[in-house]
Design a protein around this ligand. Structure first.
Ligand SMILES: [Zn+2]
Ligand SMILES: [Zn+2]
Length: 125
C-alpha cells in the first residue's frame, strides 16, 4: 500500500495533518455500491433482509484531508461537507467554500451523575 495522500490544495502537496468528512460524488458512491454488491455476493448467497442496508449518499462519507496551513476551522470540520468539497479553498480559509450540513442535534453535554441541591445547584456526584 502506497500512501500518496497529500494536501489537495493546488500547489501545496504537503503531508495532510487534518481531515474532515464530505458526501461522496455520484462516481464515488457508484464505487462504494459496487464494492458492497461484491461483498454481499461473496459467501452467503442470501443476506438476511435488513441486516446491512445498501450504502446511500446519506450514509456514506469520504475523507477530505489538508495540511496544517490549509486546515479549516474545527467547527466546520465537525460537520459533514457537500460532495464538491474535495479540498479547502485558500480564498475561503478557515472556511472551505461549501456549505456543510448542520450538526446533528446536540446531546446533553454530560452523562455524569449529578446531585441537585434544594437551592438549585447541580453538582457532580
Ligand atoms: Zn496545504
Ligand atoms: Zn466543505
Amino acid at each position: 500500500m502506497t500512501d500518496t495522500r497529500i494536501c489537495p490544495v493546488a500547489g501545496c502537496g504537503t503531508d495532510p495533518v487534518v481531515q474532515w468528512r464530505r458526501r461522496p460524488t455520484d462516481a464515488e458512491l457508484g464505487t462504494v455500491l459496487a464494492r458492497a454488491a461484491t461483498l454481499s455476493t461473496d459467501g452467503e448467497p442470501e443476506q438476511p433482509a435488513g441486516l446491512a442496508p445498501p450504502p446511500t449518499a446519506a450514509t456514506t462519507v469520504v475523507a477530505v484531508q489538508a495540511c496544517g496551513r490549509h486546515a479549516i476551522g474545527m467547527d466546520l470540520a465537525a460537520r459533514i461537507h457537500s460532495a464538491n468539497c474535495t479540498a479547502p479553498d485558500p480564498e475561503h480559509l478557515p472556511g472551505c467554500g461549501c456549505t456543510p450540513e448542520p450538526l446533528p442535534a446536540q446531546t446533553p453535554p454530560s452523562t455524569q451523575d449529578t446531585i441537585e441541591l434544594t437551592t438549585g445547584w447541580t453538582l457532580p456526584a
